[in-house]
Structure formats: C-alpha cells, structure tokens
Design a protein around this ligand. Structure first.
Ligand code: SF4
Length: 172
C-alpha cells in the first residue's frame, strides 16, 4: 500500500514537473523525492541549520537570469493557508539556498498541498524572524534538562512525531 502511494506521488510529481516546465521553462536542479537530479543538502552557516527540499527548481526571472527556488510537497495536507510549521521548514530551505547560491536564489519558495494547491512563500523579514525563533526554541528545548509537558491529547500527533521513540509522554 505504501509502495503504491509512493509510486502515485512520484508519478504526480513527474507530471507536475513536466507540465510546469513546459509552461515556465522550469528545470529540475535537485530532487529528494523523484524526477532524477542530485540530492542537495542546503546549509545556512549563520543559523547553523541544514535542510533538504523535495525539489530545487530553476526558472528564468524577469531580468533573464536563471534563479532557483525550493519546492516542498505535502500531498496529504488539505488547508486554505499554509501551516506555520511548513513555512518554517520551507524557510530553512530558503535560508540554506540563499546561503549557498546568493543572488541566484529566486527570493521565494513553493509549498504544494493536496490537489496541487500551491502557496508561494516570499523570503522576507517575517519568514526569516519566524525561522529564527523556531530554531531558537528547538535549541532551548534540546538544552533543557526536563522536557516540556505535552500540550495536546491527540494520539495521531504522537504517532507521526519524529521523536516519539524517545518521548516518555507519547500517547501511542
Ligand atoms: S511523542 Fe512526545 S514530543 Fe511527540 S507529539 Fe507526542 S508528546 Fe509531543
């Protein structure tokens, strides 16, 4: 079942990528999920964060220069506006890409939810500040001697939590 879901996801990405490429001269620079290309770990030494986007894509900007942006897929998300956690994740990718390529960074990233709904997120002061706060919070929590109390009673959140194996407050 998981294999079928992954296959369908890859197929959708490939169809999306080819259709979009036709429309806007988009090229695939790096990929973490499908479509070929190399996997690219984006590093921002200032914040000391690393991130890997599902895709790094290239386009031609208004001035005729080739620039790049991260594209992150969340195929099971259904929402009218992007989740803050997803914006933070994309923000880390944008910060890393900007640190890696400088002026060849397009200045935005794309989040794509279920049904192909896309959100263009600009790399601006607000996103940079949100990312910095999130990074600071994670570091503070990691340095704490005792973990903070659980803030929810939702089993499914714990089931998908990346640190559930080492969490003594998990619900499943
Ligand atoms: S497993 Fe622990 S850290 Fe993860 S969501 Fe549940 S309570 Fe929170």
């Amino acid at each position: 079942m998981i294999a079928i879901a992954v296959f369908v996801l890859c197929l959708c990405v490939l169809v999306w990528y080819r259709a979009t490429r036709k429309r806007a001269g988009v090229s695939l620079v790096a990929a973490d999920v499908s479509g070929g290309g190399r996997r690219w770990t984006l590093r921002d030494p200032r914040l000391n964060v690393v991130a890997v986007a599902d895709h790094v894509l290239g386009i031609t900007d208004a001035g005729g220069h080739r620039v790049m942006f991260p594209h992150e897929l969340k195929p099971t998300r259904r929402a009218r506006k992007p989740y803050t956690a997803d914006v933070v994740q994309l923000g880390a990718q944008m910060a890393g890409l900007q640190a890696e390529v400088g002026s060849k960074f397009a200045g935005f990233g794309i989040l794509e939810y279920s049904g192909g709904r896309q959100f263009r997120i600009e790399w601006n002061e607000q996103v940079a500040t949100t990312l910095e706060r999130a990074v600071g919070l994670v570091r503070t929590l990691r340095a704490a001697r005792t973990p903070p109390p659980r803030t929810h009673n939702e089993v499914h959140i714990c089931q998908h939590c990346p640190v559930r194996d080492s969490c003594d407050q998990r619900l499943s």
